[in-house]
Structures are given as C-alpha cells and as structure tokens.
Write a protein that binds this ligand. Sequence first.
Ligand SMILES: NC(=O)C1=CN([C@@H]2O[C@H](COP(=O)(O)OP(=O)(O)OC[C@H]3O[C@@H](n4cnc5c(N)ncnc54)[C@H](O)[C@@H]3O)[C@@H](O)[C@H]2O)[C@@H](O)CC1
Ligand SMILES: Nc1ncnc2c1ncn2[C@@H]1O[C@H](COP(=O)(O)OP(=O)(O)O)[C@@H](O)[C@H]1O
Ligand SMILES: [K+]
Length: 490
Amino acid sequence: MRSAYRVETVRAAERVLLASLPEGALMARAAAGLAAACARLLPGGRPRRVALLVGSGDNGGDALFAGARLARRGVGVTALLLNPERAHPAGLAALRAAGGRTAGADAAEGVLGRADLVVDGITGIGGRGGLRPGAAELAELLDRAGEEGPPVVAVDLPSGVDADTGEVHGAALRATLTVTFGACKPGLLVDPAREFAGEVRLVDIGLRPELPAEPDLVALEAADVAALLPRPAAESDKYRRGVVGVAAGSERYPGAAVLAVGGALCGGAGAVRYAGPAGAGVLARYPETLVSAGPPSRAGRVQSWVVGPGVGDDPNARATVDDVLAAEVPVLIDADGLRGLDPERVRARRAATVLTPHAGEAAALLGGDRAGVEASRLGSVRKLAERFGAVVLLKGSTTLIAAPGGGPVHVNPTGTPWLATAGSGDVLSGLVGSLLAAGLAPVQAAATGAYLHGLAGRLAPTPATATTVTAALPEVWDQLLSATEVSSEG
Ligand SMILES: NC(=O)C1=CN([C@@H]2O[C@H](COP(=O)(O)OP(=O)(O)OC[C@H]3O[C@@H](n4cnc5c(N)ncnc54)[C@H](O)[C@@H]3O)[C@@H](O)[C@H]2O)[C@@H](O)CC1
Ligand SMILES: Nc1ncnc2c1ncn2[C@@H]1O[C@H](COP(=O)(O)OP(=O)(O)O)[C@@H](O)[C@H]1O
Ligand SMILES: [K+]
C-alpha cells in the first residue's frame, strides 16, 4: 500500500527526527537523494548545465546543496535566486565553494535556455496559495518552452501545488520527476496537482518510524488487491459466494443494464440477479443472469444491490431507487439513481451505501459546479461522504474513495483517460456491487473495483470501449492472482 501524509504530520515527524540528528543532517540526506536523481537525468559525454530555481526557504536549500554535489562532479550549475537576500545561506555557501554560480531572476531566460535540466526549489511544503509573481513568471517561461524545454525535477513538490489537497491555484511548475522526501504528500497523487508532478520518487530520509500508523491518503498496490479478491473455496456454492442484484437500464437505455450486469459477473459474486425492463437484452448477452421484470424487492434474495445506471428520470426510476434503498443490504447508487438523492434517506439506512458520482453528479449533489469539484477533488469527496453518511467513490482522473467519519481516503492508481468512454461507469458500478455481495467492506469493494476497472481499461485494445473493458476483466483477475501465487510459493 502506498501512503501519503499531510504537511502537518510530516512537519511533526521531522521535528522529532531533527532533534535526534546533527544540524543539517536531514537536509544533506535530502540533497544527496535529489542530486542522484538529477545526475541520472543528465546527458552523458559533454559539458552539462543545470539551472536551480531557488526560493527563500529550505526547499531552495535542498536545491542549493544538491547543486553543490552536482558541481563537484563537473556539472555547470547556476542558481537563479528569486530573493537573493533570503536564499538559504549555508546552501549558497556550499554551492559557491563547489564552483557553482548564482544569478538573479532577470537572467532566467538565458540560463534556462542553455540548461540541460532545471531543479525546482522555489517552494515545497512551506508554499502557501498561488505562486507569487516572480515565481509564476518562471513557471510560465518553462511552460512556453513546453516539450522543447529542459526536463524539470521538482524538489519535494512542484512549486505552486497544494501539498495537502492537490489543488493548484494559478501557475505551477510542471515537472518530469518529483523527488519527495520522507513521505509522499497527498497532492502528489491527486489531480490536478498530480499532473504537475510527473513521476514521483520517494527519498528515504529516516522519517518512517516517526510517522503515525494511519496515513491521510492511501493507494492500493497489486498485492493488496490480490489479497482482497474474493476466491471461491472448496465448500463454496453460488449463494455463499454472494448474489448481487442489478436494477439498471430502461426502455430508453437498455445498454446500461447489459453493461452493469457484465461488470457484476466479473466481480466475484456467485450469481447476478437483474430486475427491470431490459431483461431480454441482458439475457441475450448474458444467459447466466437471473432475470425478473418486477420491482427489485420481488427479485429474490441478494447480498447487495446496484441501482441507477440508465434507469432514466421518470417516476418509475424514482420508485426503483426507493425500493432498493429500503433493502437491508449494502446498496451502490450510480448515475440516474443519484439525481435528487436525499441525504437523510441515505443516512437513515442501516446497511452501507456506496455512491459513485462523476464530477458533474457530485457537483449536483453538493449544489456547486463541475469545475469546482474537479479543482478540489479531495475536499469534495470528503464533504459528500459526510453529508450522505455513505462511502463515496468520486470518478474521473485520480478516482477517490472516502468513508464517512474520516480515515484515509483511497486514491486509485490504475486509471487511464481511455476509460472516459460511454458506459464504462456502468461496468464499474456492477463490478463494485459484486465485490460488495462477495463480502468486501464498502471502502475495500470500491477501491478494489476501481483498481480492477482501471487495469482493464489499460489492457483493453485501444480505444477502449465499455464492452472491451468488461471483456478484459478476467485477464486482470488472472494477472493479479497468478502474481500472488508465484510470490506466496517463492
Ligand atoms: N524540515 C526539514 O527537516 C526538512 C525540510 N526539507 C525541505 O524543506 C522544505 C520546507 O521548507 P520551508 O518550511 O522553509 O518552506 P519552503 O521552502 O517550502 O517554502 C517557504 C518559502 O517559500 C516562500 N513562499 C511561500 N509561498 C509562496 C508562494 N506562493 N510563492 C512564492 N513563494 C512562496 C516563503 O516566503 C518562504 O520563504 C521541504 O519541502 C523540503 O524541501 C528537506 O530538506 C528535508 C528536511
Ligand atoms: N480523465 C480520466 N482519467 C481516468 N479515468 C477517467 C477519466 N475520465 C473518466 N474516467 C473514468 O471513466 C469512467 C466513466 O464513468 P462515467 O463518467 O460514469 O461514464 P458513463 O456514465 O458513460 O458510464 C469512470 O470509471 C471514471 O473514473
Ligand atoms: K519545489
């Protein structure tokens, strides 16, 4: 499991560690890791030039000490000082002693134009709000150079992104690689900031023992997901494996029923019941489905319900959602089912509820606009989970999952923008509902479902469609299960 910690937590851990180490030791560890990462990105066989962007805090100090290490290896290093009087004094002295140069920000265009690599040490975890004008101009200058420009290595964080929330207010440095120290920060894993971070590499500076057991953000890895996947045992039968009910589709949108059932068949439950008006289409595609045309409550016993995809917005659809909400099993609500959903109705349920909105649906539930949700994904998903007393999976780039009452938020690491294709959300809802029926806890079901769905999106032939994503799911299971079998044998 990958973990990320908020600035406040990182600072507290750093204080403990700093007290036990000689002065400057921690920064030296950070700078050594940073310099090694930069050296690997530099071209060989000719004089090489590195430009350091140096702000007035310790982030600039890291850049200066790393620059000194590179200068000692024969690299031409120039530090652009945004605020020369406030640049880290010991870092400056080290750079100069190693033969590095300094320049004011007015020299930026020339220095950056000649650089093979840029090191962004403007702000790290001490950055507040949008970048100030001098720093913002540097970010814009590099943005204009685009692909033609030199690679940028961000020190700890790309300057201008919010470490705790992943929000970006105005300009920010766009990095090829972010070398982060001690612990990953939530902003490095959540969009829009994640887009600015490039590849993220964690440098161990000895902080781990001082960090609390519970992170603020987590991302499942393959072994975690493999351990969560429900597997039939010798004494299993289809009922013990769990039965998932799907109340989806309508005469207008019959395809949503087929897609949600397809996802549900690939989520580990032993059987799928379908209740609704699109049974003929479902049976034609998946004859293994148990189909009924009446209300969900008359369809027979299930261990979870999925309701909403393609049900439309007529009174029948509302009645279907109400009927499912009355069930005493975990319920996943998606798409049309989320329209006008009453928080009190959801809070009053005794069994778990999982909501799976995309940004537009989340905005409607929160009474805001879509752009606001996309700009503040972590805040939005937490707010929705609290308001509805439900587990919320916010879809989109860097899908997030939050539970009511706090605890770590999950971020899905496997997504791909190829999943932004009609109906792929319907497949996800069936998949997560099936994992719920198989007995996974709601947060685990949502996080595991998003992980499998993302991998299937990557595995499906390009361009992925909802149907090919479904078809790729068994291969995703195979890969995950066979990898763990090998590791448990070895
Ligand atoms: N505390 C520690 O023990 C360690 C800290 N390290 C480094 O220290 C960094 C934190 O250092 P600081 O607390 O000095 O903070 P930073 O260096 O991240 O940022 C603070 C400085 O940036 C300026 N600033 C803040 N917001 C700005 C904005 N929007 N636009 C332009 N300038 C802005 C402030 O005026 C201040 O001078 C970490 O990110 C990491 O790089 C590492 O050396 C590892 C050890
Ligand atoms: N930019 C993106 N990057 C990664 N995944 C995305 C992106 N945009 C959408 N997705 C994923 O694609 C799926 C689309 O679901 P949804 O919006 O409900 O579409 P539909 O209603 O057509 O099924 C979700 O799993 C979502 O997380
Ligand atoms: K930085």
